[in-house]
Ligand binder design. Structure first.
Ligand code: GCO
Ligand code: MG
Length: 397
């Protein structure tokens, strides 16, 4: 089947999302992929329409690997967040088309199911620590979550991420990695006391600490049995990850900022991490996730694909298909999907008692209501920045 058009849908139902829609010779068969990149959506859209669309029209939708390589290698410059996001949108849309033509759900194209449902975790959010402690308890007792996720940061910072108006500059959060490390440790311990020993607790340190501070925190948390500590340090220096690994035995999850298989390699092949948790949109989609997943399986590393609210239900659905069909699946982050988002994007995984399930449909199993999307126009928004209140210096958010 030939590609007849490549279109974009940019919309902001609560968060900005960029979707890529690939049309074929058969008006009934099209594919939709997610190319959302928080804070840079327009750049991805421009690359898609100006440079990728003209070269894709007329190509065969079946040749996903060839198209992936053409965009990745054929660009010559390689990778980068903007290009990999556009590549992901196209890659997902092509897998969606392949599934629709075959009449099979994506997981079936990936080899079929090895499990029936997907263990997941949700974010404990709140404006105060008391509110978060209450939320953690209700997640476990009422929602039946087996694993919950905390994040390092001041409670007052919750809510700075939303695209709640057109912004001209990033919002600023107070943060001081040197000063607040002990508060972060005490917060984790309090939550452990409230939820008991059987509940898994994930702690997202969100690249906020130096290796030395990360080790300090992780060693203090060892007796409290974290499910894993996520992104304790910034991803730029591989030796730092090695140092952290050598000084603590807490399971480590890493990689939501990685942009390729090659960035994942040192952490996986040296076993400096236990869970690889790339964002599918950053790494170029399903085609690349399969390869990273297979390398991880080879080295006894599990997957925990990135799945916050700022990736759309389409990516959540793709994560689900990968998870049910991969032996080395570890756990899935489950971003709560807002009702306005559900009005625009139809389908996606459904939560019940700590697990995610999905109805069988050909392809990825999601669609975008374009009329609904038009009701929520794009709003420029930035990822916030962190500054130390003491001297106004910037640190990792
Ligand atoms: C997570 C992440 C996200 C990021 C967000 C940035 O683990 O879910 O750290 O919440 O902050 O994706 O846009
Ligand atoms: Mg994270």
């Amino acid at each position: 089947m030939k590609i007849t058009d490549v279109r974009t849908i940019l919309t902001c139902p609560k968060q900005n999302y960029l979707f890529i829609k690939i049309m074929t010779e058969d008006p009934e068969i099209y594919g939709i992929g997610d190319a959302s990149m928080n804070g840079r959506e327009k750049a991805v859209e421009d690359l898609t329409l100006e440079y990728l669309r003209p070269m894709l029209i007329g190509m065969d939708t079946d040749r996903i690997e060839e198209i992936w390589q053409l965009i990745y290698r054929g660009t010559y410059w390689r990778g980068g967040n903007i290009m990999m996001s556009a590549l992901c949108g196209i890659d997902m849309a092509l897998w969606d088309i392949k599934g629709k033509i075959a009449g099979l759900p994506l997981y079936s194209l990936l080899g079929g199911k090895v499990r029936d449902k997907v263990l997941c975790y949700s974010h404990v959010l709140g404006k105060t620590n008391e509110e978060k402690i209450e939320k953690a308890a209700s997640f476990v007792q009422e929602k039946g979550l087996k694993v919950i996720r905390l994040r390092a940061g001041l409670p007052s910072a919750n809510g700075t991420l939303n695209a709640d108006g057109i912004q001209n500059t990033p919002k600023v959060e107070d943060w001081d990695p040197e000063f607040w490390a002990d508060d972060m440790i005490n917060y984790f311990i309090k939550i452990r006391q409230v939820v008991g020993d059987k509940v898994g607790i994930i702690y997202d340190l969100h690249e906020r600490f130096s290796p030395e501070r990360a080790i300090y925190i992780m060693r203090k948390l060892e007796p409290y049995n974290p499910f894993f500590i996520e992104d304790p340090i910034a991803p730029d220096c591989f030796e730092s990850l090695k140092t952290v690994r050598e000084h603590t035995n807490v399971p480590i999850a890493f990689g939501e900022l990685y942009k390729s298989r090659w960035e994942c390699l040192p952490g996986i092949t040296n076993r400096w991490l236990d869970f690889i948790r790339c964002d599918l949109i950053r790494i170029g989609g399903i085609t690349e996730a399969r390869k990273i997943g297979a390398i991880a399986e080879t080295y006894d590393v599990k997957t925990a694909w990135h799945g916050p609210n700022d990736v759309s239900p389409i990516t959540h659905a793709v994560n689900w298909h990968l998870n049910v069909s991969a032996y080395n699946f570890g756990i899935q982050e489950d971003g709560t999907v807002d009702d306005t988002v559900k009005e625009v994007v139809k389908g996606g995984p459904v939560y019940k008692d700590g697990y995610l399930t999905m109805e069988d449909k050909p392809g990825i199993g999601c669609d975008v209501d374009e009329e609904a999307a038009k009701k929520y126009p794009y709003k420029r928004a930035y990822i916030p920045v962190c500054k130390r209140p003491s001297d106004n210096s910037l640190c990792d958010w």
